[in-house]
Design a protein around this ligand. Structure first.
Ligand SMILES: O=C(O)CCC(=O)C(=O)O
Length: 310
């Protein structure tokens, strides 16, 4: 049986603006280590965060198991005061809980509107934390789309997915394992929309997902202070190895008109791509009017036409 392929994500120390531009144009992931991210490093403990942010309500994911699965929704959305979230997510056993006393928590900060349509922005929504945090001055302010606070219990593993914007993920507190797959690995990832159906990437069900073995994992362990460059369209699967606090910044590398204006997360396909995907669905619907033999023939013709352009 063939072995799982793993490539370590390269680590760059004290990255200059010029080096960052080179890394960015290579379109592959990298760890930027030793950059100044502000006084948050070492300061953002559970006690400090609870005290400074207080009890404002936040919408979170709660799950009995660390391995969260967006497709089967093995978690629930709940609301907690921020300080309660921090208390619970920084401990393994809870006096108060929703599902079980060992449940885990994940916060992906959103805006403040009740329908979750507002883009996350640290300056607007967590101004008390902003004085402690800075992103290296590599990005043009006008291209920045969002800045997202992320808090996770130890053991939370976020499903493999892609986003459509470039991303700098700044790990502030705790360690995190990052496993990334190249956009070229799409044939092996069993996608449903922007997510992979392969939830257990370390012990995949190879009867259901036989091709997954061909995917190459680009891996690293992020230390506090590390910044991971996740290029747009790279799949990523993140596991918090400790109580974890991170901030990520999404920015646009395409012209603004191609992005979906109704996308608060930075993960909706660019408009020309979503149009094209819709047309594929429509093509399949048309073909379903034909007998199997003809359907297969014309699907192969379509695949061969697309492959000519790859
Ligand atoms: O580190 C995390 O909690 C998830 C990061 C992530 O999915 C992202 O930055 O897009």
């Amino acid at each position: 049986m063939s072995e799982k392929k793993i490539i370590p994500i390269p680590v760059y120390n004290d990255v200059s603006f010029e080096l960052f531009n080179k890394i960015h144009s290579r379109r592959s992931p990298a760890i930027l280590r030793g950059l100044n991210i502000g006084s948050c490093l070492g300061k953002w403990t559970a006690e400090y965060l609870s005290q400074i942010v207080g009890n404002k309500p936040v919408k979170i994911h709660v799950s009995e198991t660390g391995q969260m699965n967006f497709l089967t929704k093995n978690f629930q959305y709940k609301t907690l005061p921020f300080d309660q979230l921090i208390k619970r997510s920084s401990s393994n056993q809870h006096e108060d809980y929703f599902l079980t006393n060992t449940e885990v928590y994940y916060l992906r900060a959103l805006g403040t509107d009740s329908r979750g349509r507002e883009v996350a922005n640290m300056e607007n929504h967590y101004p008390e934390l902003c004085q402690d945090f800075q992103i290296p001055q590599f990005l043009e302010a006008s291209s920045i789309f969002s800045s997202v606070l992320r808090v996770a219990s130890k053991g939370v593993q976020l499903w493999t997915h892609y986003d459509v914007m470039d991303n700098l993920l700044v790990q502030v507190t705790g360690k995190k394992r990052a496993v990334l797959y190249s956009p070229e690995d799409i044939p092996y990832l069993y996608l449903e929309g922007d997510k992979s159906q392969v939830v257990d990437i370390d012990s995949p069900n190879l009867e259901r997902f036989p091709e997954f073995i061909k995917a190459t994992a680009h891996e690293c362990i992020m230390e506090p202070g590390d910044i991971l460059f996740i290029p747009a369209l790279w799949f990523h699967n993140m596991t918090s190895l400790d109580f974890s606090v991170a901030v990520n910044v999404f920015w646009r590398n395409l012209s603004p008109e191609v992005y979906d204006k109704k996308d608060p997360y930075g993960n909706k396909d660019p408009l020309p791509a979503s149009k094209a995907l819709e047309m594929v669905e429509s093509a399949l619907k048309h073909l379903s009017l034909l007998p199997d033999e003809y359907q297969r023939f014309y699907k192969r013709r379509i695949v061969s036409r697309v492959q000519k352009n790859l």
